[in-house]
Structure formats: structure tokens, C-alpha cells
Ligand binder design. Structure first.
Ligand code: G4P
Length: 534
């Protein structure tokens, strides 16, 4: 029997033991270090330092490009699987930079929970806040890790207040730090009444754990200096009075987050956090889909593509589609229907990512992430199923916030440019619009950095130097409504109309006033800033 709070006893044990989650944090809070310690305790790597390159590589744009070039690293890190006790953890990587927030949003559609890492000295930072809001849109359960407690940190009550105020979520301490900065000696584990003491000498050693019989246990005084003990008892008294107790149901609906304090670099608090993920989970959740939702325990396998990574090997234009399995027990070689095209597909070479290696996946269960190499058939939002034609819903595409025109350095290479752009659009790396008047393309992204990454990738992967330049438009909206109304609208607004890579009609403008006018003058037409990918 698993030691967890599985509230769906009908789940087969193989599914109930899966935990699929992402880590969200502001750069530098310690996501990479924490990931590394997860892998270390999960037995997936032997030594800390093996995933280090990635955290550092992300810091600057040129390093970012170097990382992108070295697709091997970034891909194997997109989803990592490892075992922890009797559980299987699937950790899905989220891009660290806010310019890639759409990608992050989609990644978060593939997980059942998120771990939010904050720096104890800095509290809630801008990127944490943004990513948290994305989690909130999906009511994802959040577990919080307050890192770097070995250094001077802020007052703990102040940190908790800040989380509650800025993120509008209740916080319950799962552990409580003893001492601060240089005097930090460890934590009191509130959930299990234990004392966890940090070993500063050996960074990879798991903390010493001492079972305590409540706060009056004389054993405490043997390990905690008198002044720190007094403060701990006072603090915990206040915690009991002021803060809600742990409640798995409230965590599951995203309104309460348990917080652990620790120091990832010293391997401290990490194991307790992992135990929290194991215990509170949650296990693979029910997936929204059309025309009905998908239960993980269904015997027919269904999965959906939430990310596509292209040109992993620039010599062969191959791509890997990352698929989150929503139900069933997948076996290699299985024949599934590609719902969008209604075509059968045999999945013969699926891969799973175990730390830095990718391996052929002989089998996988609901909750797992598998990579399917393909030649472009699989797009973000696609559903694959063994059963009836279900379509996973809720994977959005957002209207871009920045638009620019793009031109090939060599005008004779316009066709190549089109091919490259379409590919990036399908990968979800950018929006590409073809205006109905004139030639050329307009590219839309969320953050400026994406233009730079695109230009470098087009040059690197297609040998095509390109120039991005100012566009007369600043906003894009998808046009919805009944066909006749949309056609009539498009005919009378030709200079504003373009098509996206799926052929859907888009209205381009630079004025909010225009958008308001359309809404007023064309009541049968709706302009939307999101569209569902399918
Ligand atoms: P990120 O992925 O969220 O960007 O953060 P990362 O893990 O790369 O950590 C950022 C910096 O914080 C690193 O220092 C890392 O060593 C340090 N760090 C992580 N956890 C802790 C902790 O518990 N305590 C302390 N004191 N520091 C921590 P760096 O100097 O940028 O890199 P490095 O030279 O240590 O590799």
C-alpha cells in the first residue's frame, strides 16, 4: 500500500504511484540545484553537478543560444523521470525566461502539481509571481520550497505574509527553520514531529532525522541551543494560533500551499519536500477533453502533445513531440489514432528521459511523459488515442504581444523562409501571419528575446540570415463567428486581415480603438486573444 493520500482508490497502483510536476521559480532561486538534488535522491544521477550546465547556460542570451544549439541537453531536460521510494516522479521542465511564458503555460497543462521555489532572502520575485498566476489559471496544487536558508534570510513570518498577500493563497508551514543565516541548524518537521539537522560539512548528505514527541520532549534540548529552542517554541505557538493546518483537499484545489524551508545546495529539506510530493501528490488527474473527460484508469490509452521540439538533429529535420499520457497503459509499438487527421499511427520509437539519457520507452502509464520522434505530423494540442475520437481541450494559443515583419537576407530564398517560419509556428515558438495584401510575413511573439532566438535558429537550422523589422501592426486577434459573417467582415477589412499557419483568419491592427469598432459594427463577429490549439 502506498503511503499517500490517494483519494481515488480505483486507480491502478502503477498510476497511483505517479507524480507529474513542474518547478516554477525566479531565475537564481535554486531551481537547477533543487532539480539536481531530486535526481540525486531519486538515484538518477550519482553525483551533484551533472545538470549544472543548464542553469548557468540560461543566464545570458549567447549562452542560451549555446544551450539551444546543444539540443541534446535541453531536450533530455524537458521531462525527467526517476523513482523516489515506491513513487515514480516525472519532472517537467519549464522555460526559465518570461519571454517564453506561452510555452510555460502549455507545459503546465501536462502536470498535476507545481513546486514553487523562492529565495529566502528575496521572497516572492516578479517571475515567481507571473508563473504562479499561470498555475492559478489552472488551479494547480502548489508546494512551496523556501530555499537558501543557510544564508541570511528574511523573517519567516514576513515571507509567509508576502506569499499570502502577493499570491492570494493560504500558506501552512510543513517545517519551521531553527536559527537564521549562520546560526541556522535545521528545521522542525511540523507534519511528522521530527527534528531535521543540517550537515554543513557534506553537501550531498541527507539530514539527520530525530523523532520528537511534541515540543516538550527533552530530546529537543539535547540538539537545539536554549535560545533557539525558546524561539522555536514561541514561533510554533504562533503558527498554531495564526496559520491554517495542512489540508490535502485545500491544497488539491490550489487554495492552500504547504511550505518547506531548506537549502538545496546543502541537500537540506529536499527529502522532506519529496516526501510531501509523494504524500500529497496529487496522483494523475482527470483530463478535460471533448466530448467527455478522460479518466486516468481507462484501459484505452489517450495522450496529448503539449510541446514540440524540432531540429534536434539539424541534419535530419526530425522533431520530438512530448506527449502526456492521460489514460491507460502504453506499450511500445501500440497503434493509436491521430485524432486531428483521423489517421492511424504506430508508436514504434517512443522515448523517455531518465536524467541525462534518453531511452526507448517499452511501456508507460497515465501521468508519464513520452517523446515521439516524427516528421511534423504531430502538433501541439494533438490528441492520440487507442479509443474513440476524444480531443483534449484547454491547450491555448495566446495572441502575441509583439509583432514584427521578417525578411530573408537573400530575396530568392523567400520560399525557404516560409518553410522555416511554418515550422516554428507548428512548434509553438512563434505566431506567423500571412497578410492577405502584399507579400511577406508578420511574426508575433510574447517577448523580444524570442525574435533573437528565432533569427539565430533560422540561420543555424536553415542557413538563412533574416532581418526582423518594425511592423505597422501591434495587435492580433483571431476572428470568430459564423462563416458568412466572418467572410463579409474579412472582405471589407482586407488591409487588416491575415491568416495564421492553420489558415485561421486573424485581424491585425495597431489601435485598441479598431478592435472596439469591430465589436460595435460587426455584432456577429468575435475577436479573441486566445485560440484553442487542435
Ligand atoms: P536557478 O536554476 O533557479 O537559476 O538557480 P540555481 O540552482 O542555478 O542557483 C542559483 C545560485 O544559487 C547558484 O549559485 C547556486 O549554487 C546557489 N544556491 C542554490 N541553492 C542554494 C542554497 O541552498 N544556499 C545557497 N547559499 N546558495 C544556493 P551560483 O554562484 O550562481 O552558481 P555556483 O557557482 O554555485 O554553481
Amino acid at each position: 500500500m502506498l503511503d499517500n493520500l490517494n483519494n481515488r482508490p480505483e486507480l491502478p497502483p502503477e498510476i497511483a504511484r505517479r507524480r507529474t510536476f513542474a518547478i516554477i521559480s525566479h531565475p537564481d532561486a535554486g531551481k537547477t540545484t533543487l532539480t539536481e538534488k531530486f535526481l540525486l535522491f531519486g538515484g538518477a544521477i550519482q553525483m551533484a553537478g551533472q545538470v549544472r550546465a543548464k542553469g548557468e547556460a540560461r543566464r545570458t542570451r549567447s549562452d542560451f543560444m549555446a544551450m539551444e544549439k546543444d539540443r541534446g541537453i535541453s531536450v533530455s531536460a524537458s521531462a525527467m523521470s526517476f523513482d523516489f521510494k515506491e513513487f515514480r516522479f516525472n519532472l517537467v521542465d519549464t522555460p526559465g525566461h518570461s519571454d517564453f511564458s506561452e510555452d510555460t503555460y502549455r507545459t503546465l497543462t501536462a502536470v498535476d502539481a507545481a513546486v514553487m521555489v523562492i529565495d529566502g532572502a528575496k521572497g516572492v520575485e516578479s517571475q515567481t509571481q507571473k508563473l504562479f498566476e499561470v498555475c492559478r489559471m489552472r488551479d494547480l496544487p502548489i508546494l512551496t520550497f523556501c530555499n537558501k536558508m543557510d544564508r541570511e534570510s528574511r523573517d519567516v513570518f514576513e515571507i509567509i505574509d508576502e506569499i499570502q498577500e502577493n499570491l492570494a493563497i493560504d500558506v501552512t508551514p510543513a517545517s519551521w527553520p531553527i536559527g537564521i543565516g549562520r546560526d541556522f541548524i535545521g528545521c522542525y518537521d511540523i507534519l511528522r514531529d521530527r527534528l531535521e539537522l543540517m550537515d554543513r560539512a557534506d553537501r550531498n548528505k541527507v539530514s539527520e532525522s530525530i523523532e520528537i514527541n511534541g515540543l516538550d520532549d527533552p530530546k529537543l534540548a539535547e540538539h537545539v541551543p536554549a535560545d533557539l529552542l525558546e524561539k522555536l517554541q514561541e514561533d510554533l505557538e504562533m503558527v498554531r494560533e495564526l496559520m491554517p493546518p495542512m489540508d490535502a483537499a485545500l491544497m488539491a484545489e490550489g487554495s492552500l500551499t504547504p511550505i518547506w524551508f531548506g537549502s538545496a545546495i546543502n541537500s537540506f529539506g529536499v527529502k522532506e519536500l519529496m516526501e510531501g510530493i509523494a504524500k500529497f501528490g496529487p496522483e494523475p488527474q482527470i483530463q478535460t477533453a471533448q466530448p467527455r473527460q478522460i479518466l486516468p484508469e481507462e484501459t484505452k490509452v489517450t495522450g496529448f502533445v503539449f510541446k514540440v521540439q524540432a531540429n534536434m538533429d539539424p541534419k535530419h529535420r526530425d522533431r520530438v513531440a512530448f506527449v502526456r499520457l492521460a489514460s491507460g497503459h502504453f506499450l511500445r509499438g501500440m497503434k493509436m489514432t491521430h485524432v486531428r487527421t483521423k489517421k492511424p499511427m504506430s508508436i514504434t520509437n517512443p522515448v523517455m528521459f531518465l536524467a541525462s539519457d534518453r531511452e526507448l520507452a517499452e511501456e508507460a502509464w497515465a501521468g508519464d511523459i513520452i517523446g515521439i520522434p516524427n516528421h511534423g505530423q504531430l502538433r501541439i494540442g494533438d490528441t492520440l488515442t487507442e479509443g474513440e475520437a476524444l480531443r483534449v481541450s484547454g491547450i491555448p494559443s495566446f495572441a502575441p504581444e509583439l509583432l514584427q515583419g521578417v525578411r530573408a537576407g537573400d530575396p530568392l530564398k523567400a520560399k525557404h523562409l516560409e518553410k522555416a517560419l511554418m515550422q516554428f509556428a507548428e512548434e509553438g515558438a512563434a505566431k506567423v501571419f500571412k497578410p492577405s495584401i502584399g507579400s511577406g510575413f508578420i511574426v508575433g511573439v510574447v517577448g523580444q528575446l524570442q525574435f533573437e532566438v528565432l533569427a539565430s535558429r533560422i540561420e543555424l537550422e536553415y542557413g538563412l540570415p533574416v532581418r526582423f523589422e518594425a511592423s505597422q501592426f501591434t495587435s492580433a486577434r483571431w476572428v470568430n463567428g459564423d462563416t458568412q459573417a466572418v467572410e463579409k467582415f474579412a472582405d471589407s477589412n482586407k488591409q487588416h486581415i491575415a491568416h495564421d499557419h492553420d489558415g485561421d483568419i486573424v485581424y491585425l491592427t495597431r489601435l485598441q480603438w479598431d478592435i472596439d469598432r469591430v465589436e460595435r459594427d460587426y455584432p456577429d463577429v468575435r475577436l479573441t486573444a486566445t485560440k484553442e490549439m487542435m
